[in-house]
Ligand binder design. Structure first.
Ligand SMILES: Nc1nc2c(c(=O)[nH]1)N[C@H]1C(S)=C(S)[C@@H](COP(=O)(O)OP(=O)(O)OC[C@H]3O[C@@H](n4cnc5c(=O)[nH]c(N)nc54)[C@H](O)[C@@H]3O)O[C@H]1N2
Ligand SMILES: Nc1nc2c(c(=O)[nH]1)N[C@H]1C(S)=C(S)[C@@H](COP(=O)(O)OP(=O)(O)OC[C@H]3O[C@@H](n4cnc5c(=O)[nH]c(N)nc54)[C@H](O)[C@@H]3O)O[C@H]1N2
Ligand code: SF4
Ligand SMILES: [Mo]
Length: 727
């Protein structure tokens, strides 16, 4: 028998002829992996590898990271600025000077005619922090519109809102190292192995050293649920009921940490009174988790020496997203599980720099977690930038999800989209299309020319992507890391911060202000602004060089500090004036679109490991796209049998908003009354979604909708499907 290594063909890794490796941080998800891009002798990026000494990923990368060097030259990249007078005329290539002159003129014209706030700006979680800061300076200090927000309203807004309501400030209090100390982990609406594979790997490493229970709350049997000790297949949109009921059991059985509650929180009376109503028997009827399991999980969590919760979009994207986050915070406050090793309320962030925009973009306030509502903050920034303090509004303006309806009603006439693709990523695409068509002036600034929203724009500005420029991202655990420039921007595309500062120069006020040339100088300015007694977001000890040396540093990191802070609130002091956190009493209100006779299936949506968002990047990289090139839905085989539906057949899904054609994948991952569709495909799930908004965060409920399934002619569907596959 010829078994054994000796007789096997050894795996050969093709020699890419790498001459130099350059340090960067991954530009996909918020895990924040440190990587190096290999350049061949011609300076072309040909390989990617993980950085062994980096604390986050310790040499590992997921499938998206490994092929990231391929995106620089992928198809559809923007090459030159484009302009056209009217929608649907042909675009003409124009110079940067004429594009930016025209753009400044249009902004001034619209603002003069309809008021400053009639021009809106929506940005992203995917450009560098220095770029966010520069955009904020331009928008708040020069253009002066208050209708300025980011796609993070589709993503992290509920986490931000929940952190502010519970702790008095945004900022995830924990870190990945908590996995090495916790004795119980509960994950709500997060599919970590697919969406944050390297955070999941850190969790697995911790579990291999020391066993502790992992509980996953998700209506789907996700990969994470399959690996968990306990899976709670919750009824969509009812996490708050489960959370209130866990608190009920913890109080009822005397398992709460009363010392911590008394010394570190307010609101106990009201909260404990409200959760009295959420006994497990009543709660089970709403959330679908049986009473014994609720009690069992409550005891496991409360009796653990250290317990932590993580969550992602299953919580945030919900009509009770913000309440769900506060519910998780309540659970950790009553069990004394904040700010200690292994004890945390850790929101797993989404995009590579969704944290950077929260910290520095001024979208919902002013830089460095300052608030527009705070007079002292307005004065500090006005003085620092050299702007008249009365120029700043005293209250935050519209969110992304309110800006679109305001275009419909004619209140907003012009829109500038920076690195976001709402034609595919916002709910109810038909309505979004009509809305965009109403605009007098729409600018799309994206690294890809073929992004769907460009079809509705007047101007397209090609932005350099990721490691074509230098700057920072902040990851889920507040770690700031640096991406070095590894190659020149594609064709005539420009770094986003260059676009922002060159537009600023076309306004009188912009000429008076300083917009530094390099991101290192911009970073220094931010460090200066972050100094201050009692500020948790203090990065004053950081420099670009130190970030590369230490392969990322967690904030707060003050001047003179040797190490970043792993955790927040370690002293039990929170960011409210009296230093106490808030226990919040939140009744559950049922308001979702639920399955009924006409639309009998829950429509759930989310992601798969090989694709990122609207596929502008991964759709073009063969080693990603090949795994799921076709829009599809997961459907339970029993439901399929009832409908007479076979695996790999096409179906038409219909909701109250529209329809979509997808391929059926039969799997027990979804319950009998649910279908799940990855949202990566254009003209697909968001044609169907409703997207009701959370009252606090204004984040859409992307995951709770209802649909029916119809048969469709297979030849027609296959044809339609080929046409839909843009790449
Ligand atoms: N491969 C890949 N990774 C990514 C991304 C990507 O596009 N591709 N995007 C990044 C971004 S921006 C984000 S925001 C994150 C998202 O990361 P995740 O939130 O982990 O991903 P999703 O698939 O959107 O949703 C997670 C789960 O929520 C569940 N869910 C639905 N409704 C409910 C509910 O009512 N309650 C509960 N408890 N769960 C529910 C869904 O069944 C789904 O399995 O991923 C980041 N990482
Ligand atoms: N049904 C459903 N819909 C959803 C979700 C869901 O779970 N279900 N999830 C929501 C969530 S959590 C999110 S975060 C959103 C994401 O939705 P989008 O914001 O639309 O996400 P992307 O497709 O990543 O769009 C980012 C764009 O920025 C471009 N880009 C990348 N880097 C750069 C750069 O450096 N400069 C410039 N100028 N452009 C750049 C990319 O090419 C891309 O076109 O989708 C939301 N929509
Ligand atoms: S886990 Fe996220 S940050 Fe790490 S390589 Fe994968 S996509 Fe990039
Ligand atoms: Mo996101």
């Amino acid at each position: 028998m010829l078994f054994g290594r000796k007789h096997k063909n050894p795996i050969k890794i093709a020699d890419k002829n790498v001459q130099e490796w350059k340090y960067t941080t991954c530009g996909y998800c918020s895990t924040g992996c440190s990587m190096e891009i290999g350049l061949n002798p011609e300076g072309k990026p040909v390989a990617t590898r993980g950085v062994a000494g980096a604390d986050v990923n310790r040499g590992k990368l997921c499938v998206k990271g490994i092929f990231e060097h391929e995106l620089f030259e992928s198809s559809g990249r923007g090459t030159e600025p484009l302009y056209r007078e009217k929608h649907f005329e042909d675009y003409q290539e124009v110079t940067w000077d004429s594009a930016l002159d025209k753009m400044a003129d249009e902004i001034k014209r619209i603002q003069a005619k309809h008021g400053r706030d009639s021009f809106a700006i929506v940005s992203t979680g995917q450009i560098m922090t220095e770029e966010f800061y520069t955009l904020g300076k331009l928008v708040r200090g020069v253009i002066g519109t208050n209708n300025y927000d980011g796609n993070t309203t589709l993503c992290m807004a509920s986490a931000v809102s929940g952190y502010k309501r519970s702790f008095g400030s945004d900022g995830p209090p924990g870190c990945y190292d908590d996995f090495d100390h916790t004795e119980c982990l509960m994950a709500f609406g997060s599919n970590l192995p697919e969406q944050h594979p390297i955070i999941y790997w850190r969790l697995k490493e911790a579990l291999e050293k020391r066993k502790f229970p992992v509980i996953v709350v998700d209506p789907r049997v996700t990969m994470f649920a399959q690996f968990a000790d306990i899976h709670l297949p919750i009824t969509p949109g009812t996490d708050l009921v489960l959370l209130n009921s866990l608190a009920h059991v913890i109080f009822d059985e005397g398992l709460a940490d009363q010392n911590y509650i008394d010394s570190c929180t307010n609101g106990y009376q009201e909260f404990s009174k409200l959760v009295e109503e959420y006994d497990p028997v009543s709660a089970a009827k709403i959330c679908g988790i049986d009473e014994d399991t609720i009690r069992h999980v409550a005891r496991l969590y409360a009796n653990a020496g250290a317990a932590m919760s993580i969550w992602t979009m299953g919580i945030n994207q919900s009509t009770h997203g913000s309440d769900g986050v506060c519910g998780i915070n309540n659970l950790n406050l009553i069990t004394g599980n904040i700010g200690k090793p292994g004890s945390s309320s850790l929101s797993i962030t989404g995009q590579c720099n969704a944290m950077g925009t929260r910290e520095w973009s001024s979208c919902s306030g002013l830089p460095g977690y300052r608030a527009l509502e705070n007079q002292q903050h307005r004065e500090e920034i006005a003085e620092f930038w050299g702007v008249d303090k009365s120029f700043f509004p005293a209250k935050r303006g519209m969110t992304m999800t309110d800006i679109f309806p305001a275009i419909e009603t004619g209140q907003i006439k012009g829109l500038w989209l920076v690195a976001t693709n709402p034609m595919t990523s916002m709910a109810n695409s038909a309505r979004i299309r009509k809305t965009l068509e109403k605009l007098d002036f729409l600018v799309v600034q994206d690294s890809y020319r073929d992004v769907e929203t460009t079809q509705y724009a007047h101007m397209f500005l090609p932005g350099a992507v990721w490691a074509e420029k230098e700057g920072c991202f902040t990851n889920t655990e507040r770690r700031v890391n640096i991406t070095k420039k590894v190659c020149e921007p594609h064709a005539n595309s420009k770094p986003d911060h260059w676009i922002f500062s060159n537009l600023a120069k076309r306004f009188e006020q912009g000429k008076k202000m300083i917009f530094p040339e390099t991101t290192a100088e911009i970073f220094e300015e931010m460090c200066e602004l972050s100094k201050g007694e009692g500020r948790i977001l203090d990065i004053s000890g950081m420099t670009h060089e130190k970030l590369e040396q230490q392969k990322g540093i967690q904030w707060p990191f003050r001047e003179g500090d040797e190490k970043g802070a792993q955790r927040l609130y370690t002293d039990g002091k929170f960011q409210f004036p009296d230093g106490k956190a808030k226990l919040l009493a939140m009744p559950y209100i049922e308001n979702n679109e639920k399955p009924d006779e006409e639309f009998p299936f829950w429509l759930n949506s989310g992601r798969v490991v090989e694709h990122f968002h609207t596929r502008t990047k991964t759709g073009k990289i063969g080693n990603m796209n090949k795994y799921s090139p076709t829009p599809y839905m997961e459907i339970n085989p029993d439901a399929a049998e009832e409908l007479g539906l076979e695996n790999s057949k096409y179906v038409r899904l219909v909701s109250r908003r529209g329809d979509a054609v997808v391929m059926a994948q039969l799997t027990h991952r979804v319950p009998r009354n649910m279908v799940f569709i990855p949202f990566h495909f254009h003209e697909c799930v968001n044609r169907l979604t409703l997207g009701l908004l959370d009252p606090y965060s204004r984040q859409p409920a992307f995951k709770q909708n209802s649909v029916r399934i119809e048969h469709i002619d297979q030849d027609l569907a296959a044809r339609l499907n080929v046409e839909m596959r843009t790449y």
